[in-house]
Design a binder for this molecule. Structure first.
Ligand SMILES: CC(=O)[C@@H](O)[C@H](O)COP(=O)(O)O
Ligand SMILES: NCC(=O)COP(=O)(O)O
Length: 246
């Protein structure tokens, strides 16, 4: 069975940096450590309010990382213009509300098909691989295909925030059904949001998944164990899951 890839989201390195307005910890340094620890890609979310990752971080990361940059952003003219200058390898289009603490759900691609299609066409024209961040919902999966996105990223937040084992199993079953359906339609399928060291294995074990994008839990673990070990430990759990070790 194919290895599953790990995209490390370093947003919250920038959260820590911005807490004091210092120039450390530096997201470029974090990306280097993560890549040397085995990250297959670096993900950053350039939010409209720049609460963590700033524009300069994105440009510097594009120039310095050795794997590939996945730029997460809202579907706005401002962000599409930035993506046209940065030219990231991947661009994951996500919903965004200024008042949200973190991403709360997937895009409504079905309800905004022409806008999503235009964004995917612009990204394709600049040779950036578009990924649409959506819930594991058949209507949204079909809309993502219609929009022309080669990738989707399935939102794992409801699974991650499940209050008990029964709810987690229910959400996991929904994710597996949606991921299998998207794969059958020919979409390349990633997943992410809220994954951590105690809930990642059932998701990593889903064979149709190409990559998991994980950030908050890795950066949190790095505060105690260091970023290199935090990344290596997450990758090990993902690889064990793929080999069938529960
Ligand atoms: C789309 C998603 O789930 C995350 O990648 C996103 O970056 C979360 O936003 P914060 O990093 O601001 O919590
Ligand atoms: N798209 C998910 C991501 O990049 C990281 O999400 P999280 O692990 O910080 O919740």
């Amino acid at each position: 069975m194919q290895d599953i890839l790990l995209g490390v989201n370093i947003d919250h390195i920038a959260t820590l940096r911005n807490a004091r307005g210092t120039n450390y910890p530096n997201p470029v340094h974090a990306a280097d450590v993560a890549e040397r620890a085995g990250a297959d890609g670096i993900t950053v979310h350039l939010r409209e309010d720049r609460r963590h990752i700033k524009d300069q971080d994105v440009y510097l990361l594009k120039e310095t990382i050795n794997t590939r940059l996945n730029l997460e952003m809202a579907v706005t003219d401002e962000m599409l213009a930035i993506a046209a200058k940065v030219l990231p390898e991947f661009c994951c289009l996500v919903p965004e509300k200024r008042e949200e603490l973190t991403t709360e759900g997937g895009l409504d691609v079905a309800g905004n098909l022409s806008k999503m299609r235009a964004a995917c066409e612009q990204l394709k024209a600049q040779n950036t691989l578009a990924s649409l961040f959506i819930d594991a919902d058949e209507k949204q999966i079909e809309a993502a295909l219609a929009a022309g996105a080669p990738y989707i990223e399935i939102h794992t937040g409801q699974y991650a925030e499940a209050k008990n084992e029964t709810q987690a199993e229910f959400e996991l079953a929904k994710l597996i059904k949606g991921i299998r359906y998207a794969h059958k339609l020919g979409l390349k399928v990633n997943a992410g949001h809220g994954l951590h060291y105690h809930n990642v294995k059932p998701i990593a074990a889903i064979p149709e998944l190409i990559e998991l994008n994980i950030g908050h839990s890795i950066i949190a673990r790095a505060a105690f164990d260091g970023l290199e070990k935090a990344v290596k430990d997450m990758r090990l759990l993902m690889q064990e899951a793929r080999l069938g070790h529960r």
